[in-house]
Structures are given as C-alpha cells and as structure tokens.
Design a protein around this ligand. Structure first.
Ligand code: FAD
Length: 465
C-alpha cells in the first residue's frame, strides 16, 4: 500500500496517542514473502516494523514514516494440529481464539487468554508475551510456545525450538517471546494445546471495600489453592462495566472478585467450598456461583469489557499496566487512591489479583486540560510499582510508551546487556527501532511525552493531525 489514505489506517495500534503514517505497508501471505521484504529492507538499510492485529497497548507496532510496516494479518493458516502430541503449528496472523476454536471439538484448547483474544494475533502474543485472566494457573505465552520460525533482520529464515519442550543450549525461544518485535519476525509458531478441564466453577463475590476483597485473595492463595483466575474490580470499574454491558454485579459493591476454579470434579468442589468460606470470612456480602456456561459468560462479560467500558464514564483514559508482589496489593491500591485524591484525577482499578498485575485506568478529560495531570498520575503509579519491587509492565509491553521508564527499573549495565542480545539478532538496528530502549533526549528537552506545539509546526514545516 502506498496511498496516503490507506497508509493512515495503520498509523497507530491500540495506544492511539502515538501516531505515525508508515512509509509503506506490505501484507505478505507467506514466510518467503516476509523474507523477501526484510531482505530488501536490509539491503537498502530501510527500517521495518511487524504488525499483527494492532491491538497492542504500548505503541509496539507504531510504524515509521521512513520505514516499512509488515502486516501479518493475511498469514492465518493453521498448519498442523497434532492432538496426540498436544501441539498446534500456526501462522502468526492467526487470531488467538481461533486456535481454541480449531481444536475444541477434540476436547483441547490454547490457554493464554488476553481479553483481546477475539482479535489479537498469535504473532503479537508472542512478541508481547501476552497474559490473561487464566495465566495465574497456566502461565503466560512464553510457557505455551515451544518452537518458532523467524525471519531474521537480515532476511534469512531460522528455526528455534520445536515440538519438544526445553531443547538443550540457550533458550532462544524464551528470548524471542516478549522481545516486542525487535529480534525478527515470527512466521510460524508452535504452541501447546491443553486438554479442557473436567469441571469449571466460577464464583462472583461482592465486598464493601477493596481491603476486604484483598484479604480474601491472600487467604485463598495462602491456603495453597491455585485458582485458574482471580480477578478484581473496584467500584468505578464496576460502574463502567455496568454502564456498558449491564453485567448486574452486586449492587453497592466497593470491590468485586471473580474466582474461577478448574480441574477434576471432586478437587474443584472442595476448593470451591474453601474459596466461599474465605470470601465470607473476609466480608463478602453477596456470593454467586455460575450454574452453567451462560451464567459464567455473564460473570465474565463485565470483567472482559472493562477497558473499553471505561469510555462510558470518561471521555479519555490511559490503560496503565504494572505489577507488584501480590502481598503489596492493598498498600499500593491505598497509595493509588491517595494519589487520585491529591490530583483530582479518577482512577478505576481492574486487575489480575492472583499475580499482582494491576491495570489502573486513569480517567481524564482532554478538553478540560487534564491530560498532563493524568500522565503524571499514570507515571507515578509506575514509580509505586517499582518502589514495591514490581515492574513497569505485566503484559502490555514497553513499546514506544514506556521506554522512558526503563532507566528507572534497570541500571545502564542491565540495558547494555539487553542491547547486546538485540545486536546479536539485529546488528544494524533495522527491526522495530526506537522501541523498548530509552533513546537520549535532545539537549534541553524535558522528560515525558511532548506537549504543546512542536517547533516544526510553529515554523509551518510540519502538520500534526
Ligand atoms: C481491549 C483490549 C484488551 C487487552 N487485554 C489484554 C490482556 O488481557 N492481556 C494482554 O497481555 N494484553 C492485552 N491487550 C493488549 C494486546 O491485545 C496484546 O498485547 C496482543 O498480544 C497484541 O497482539 P496484536 O496481534 O494486536 O499485536 P500488535 O499490536 O499488532 O503488535 C504488538 C507487538 O508485536 C509485534 N509483532 C506483531 N506480530 C509479530 C510477529 N509476527 N513477529 C514479531 N513481532 C510481531 C509488533 O511489532 C508489536 O511490537 C489488550 C488490548 C486491548 C485493546
């Protein structure tokens, strides 16, 4: 694609605050076509960026004005489903949920379940090491990918791993998963298939306060129960979900907890009784257990729609993603509430409570000049995560958005080591440059995202649209 209007379709991913019209967009259908494009880029020193479905929330697939955007969404073939060995081999543009759809009749499924799973691609999941509600028990994408075919940044094609788990030597698959499109382009992915559990039970609990719900989570995990998922939402997030999808969560709840248990029937029945007891002890005033798939779907509808639902209660919002050790959750949530009060910026909290992965939704109104304050709150939440021994991202990646925070978490030596790994794959820095690693700012430029009119706009040399 070379037409300006068509190119603009690809100017951003799910983080629309960052936009850039790509120089050229290509939509290859095979590994050979990807390799051809990458080889040409390499020969001509043209940078390139891979894109799956463009649902990323950190600007990872943000294109380059002088580069090529390689969109994998036409590579959607399921190449093999080996039920006996519990492996599927898929092209990178295959949508996450389609892997499960392809094997569910045989009683199998693909476990990592980002909330975007109806549209996001396996290639994007690999690049971001995506997680989801059920990753507490089953692990992240990296735990479910055993092999990769990769078009390297010079256009050569390599294979790493295979169908067997844990091959000898360096774990190149482990290094590639989560590398955010900076080490090459995955053109074939071998994933694990899991047998569907015998029983699933889903419980919804309403609490008056987040502290009460937090106590229930600590008690459940502390007792050695490993639920498939433990998700929590605060009152503001519940209000948004209610407005968007009428999920009928307990009225007046200051916190809602969703606990899903799966496994053998007897084991799940016993664990369900334990979870119910812990919830009541912690002050749950309403408990519901899904009687069938429809009720289970109703319980999950509110949680799965939470990010988009926030648009119902705020014209603008930032989806933040950080991690803290699970035991620090109550303190960090109190600190976020204090920060919100201090700045007058509302924060809705949705999170994977079992593994401490927070998704604070920072609400603001651009027309009321709240953007800068909201960004400040969002950034200070990351500081809180670091202070408590956590991380600046749990599952959405660093991308373009958080590269400036990397120096807060890592020393220069750490960053140099990572750059050496990157250079081993991509010595000329052509593969998704300008992402993940902080770039030095110009002299006199203040840190943070640029606000106000750019000097080039002022001089009439550039337009912002
Ligand atoms: C409503 C909503 C809910 C979400 N919920 C979750 C969630 O629960 N958990 C979660 O982890 N994320 C979530 N996300 C974020 C996003 O969906 C994931 O990061 C997803 O993995 C991105 O996949 P994609 O195909 O859209 O990738 P893109 O956005 O197109 O790309 C993401 C990154 O992957 C790289 N890339 C893409 N394809 C390849 C490839 N074949 N080889 C190498 N690099 C490649 C790109 O260069 C970019 O850096 C959510 C997003 C939205 C909008």
């Amino acid at each position: 694609m070379t037409e300006r209007a068509a190119l603009r379709t690809y100017e951003c991913d799910g983080l629309a605050a960052y936009r850039c019209t790509p120089g050229l967009v290509v939509l290859p259908r095979s590994t050979d076509e990807v390799a051809y494009v990458v080889r040409r880029c390499h020969d001509l020193s043209v940078p390139f960026v891979a894109r799956g479905s463009g649902t990323g929330l950190s600007g990872g697939a943000l294109p380059l004005g002088d580069g090529v955007l390689i969109v994998l969404s036409r590579m959607t073939r399921l190449l093999d489903a080996d039920i006996d060995d519990q492996r599927a081999v898929v092209e990178p543009g295959v949508v996450n949920l389609d892997v499960t759809r392809a094997v569910q009749a045989d009683g199998f499924y693909y476990a990592p379940d980002p909330s975007s799973q109806q549209v996001c691609s396996i290639g994007g999941n690999v690049a971001e090491n995506s997680g989801g509600a059920h990753c507490l028990k089953y692990g992240f994408t990296v735990n479910h990918v055993t092999g990769l075919e990769v078009v390297m940044p010079d256009g050569s094609v390599e294979r790493f791993g295979g169908r067997a788990p844990d091959p000898p030597g360096y774990d190149v698959v482990g290094a590639f998963v989560g590398s955010e499109g900076t080490l090459g382009i995955a053109t074939e992915v071998t994933v694990r298939l899991l047998r569907k559990p015998e029983t699933v039970q889903t419980l919804l609990a309403g609490f008056r306060t987040m502290d009460d719900a937090g106590r229930a989570v600590s008690a459940i995990i502390g007792a050695g129960v490993v639920p498939a998922a433990v998700e929590m939402m605060d009152a503001l997030a519940v209000e948004a979900a209610e407005a968007a999808v009428s999920c009928a969560y307990p009225e007046g709840a200051g916190a809602v907890l969703i606990v899903e248990l799966d496994g053998h029937e007897v084991e799940v029945a016993e664990q369900l009784a334990t979870v119910e007891a812990f919830c009541r002890d912690a002050g749950a005033f309403e408990l519901r257990i899904a009687a069938d798939d429809e009720q289970r779907g109703q319980i999950w509808r509110g949680r799965k729609s939470a990010f988009a639902a926030v648009g119902r209660i705020s014209p603008d919002y930032i989806v933040q993603d950080g991690v803290v050790p699970r035991t620090s959750l109550p303190q960090v949530l109190r600190d976020i509430a204090a920060l919100s009060k201090e700045t007058g910026i509302r924060v809705a909290n949705v999170f994977h409570a079992g593994d401490g992965n927070l998704h604070p939704l920072v609400l603001f109104d651009e027309t009321r000049a709240e953007t800068e304050r909201a960004e400040e709150v969002s950034s200070r939440i990351l500081d809180l995560c670091i202070e408590h021994g956590g991380s600046i991202t749990g599952e959405h990646g660093v991308g373009a958005d958080k590269k400036r925070h990397m120096g807060r978490m890592y020393s220069d030596v750490d960053l140099d080591v990572m750059q050496m790994v990157r250079c081993a794959f991509d010595p000329f820095g052509l593969c998704n440059p300008g992402k993940v690693f902080p770039t030095p700012r110009l002299c006199g430029e203040r840190p943070g995202r640029r606000t106000g009119v750019h000097p080039l706009q002022e001089a009439g040399l550039a337009d912002l649209f």
